[in-house]
Design a protein around this ligand. Sequence first.
Ligand code: GLP
Length: 259
Amino acid sequence: MRFEIHPSVEEGSRQVAVRIRDLIQAGAAEGRNVVLGLATGSSPLSLYAELVRMHREEGLSFKNVITFNLDEYLGLGRDHPRSYWRFMHEQLFDHVDLPGEQIHIPGGDLQADEVSDFCRGYEEAIRSAGGIDLQILGIGRTGHIGFNEPGAGRNSRTMRVTLDPLTRQDAAGGFGGLAHVPKEAITMGCATILNAREIALLAWGESKAEIVAEAFEGEVKDEVPASYLQEHASVTIHLDEGAGKLLTALKPEDSLARC
Ligand code: GLP
């Protein structure tokens, strides 16, 4: 794993945006699509703002991009103010030239008997797009990636999951109280995420310091699904000083880049 400690969220986000821009432009030059796995939450907000800026000011085109979002709350329609569908459109998709049919987000309004076919189809769509070139991740305080909560198996695939009480508590503010936070979600599985050719995880602020140290310096275990990333061949963990402050291995001889 490679750790990068950035002086600010904006600088870290800019570096990830540059990596995405390079992938998109290399794909376009070779006439092929680039498949991005995308995340929601506060962590990628600056990244999406920078990609929108690159589109507007530098002419970065998203026409050869196919996206797959990690997850969605179950029980929320697309127009719900807290749906990830809406989040992604407001933060990124409405502001760039990505064709709508190239956007994939798990369905929040599926009926119970539609979920398993949907999940199989989502996996199939990722495969037929050629697999994910770069997966963007945040990390929840439970150690979740996507909505793979403690106990999620290493080999899990896109599925319906129950949210951890801490995850629901963390989301309560945005929903106007815990009672309004959905109890379930659909998420890409851990194996789906780990199949990505490259992964960039973003974590900002001291509130992430404890789980960052546990996930990336602790034992690899299913109680902390993010720890599976330690076994991936191409992962960069982008942190600010706050999120990295409990890592003990950050010495110059380690694979650390201080930007
Ligand atoms: C949600 C999302 C995750 C995200 C996590 C962290 O639970 N399902 O994909 O990584 O929140 O959120 P934030 O970036 O706001 O800290």
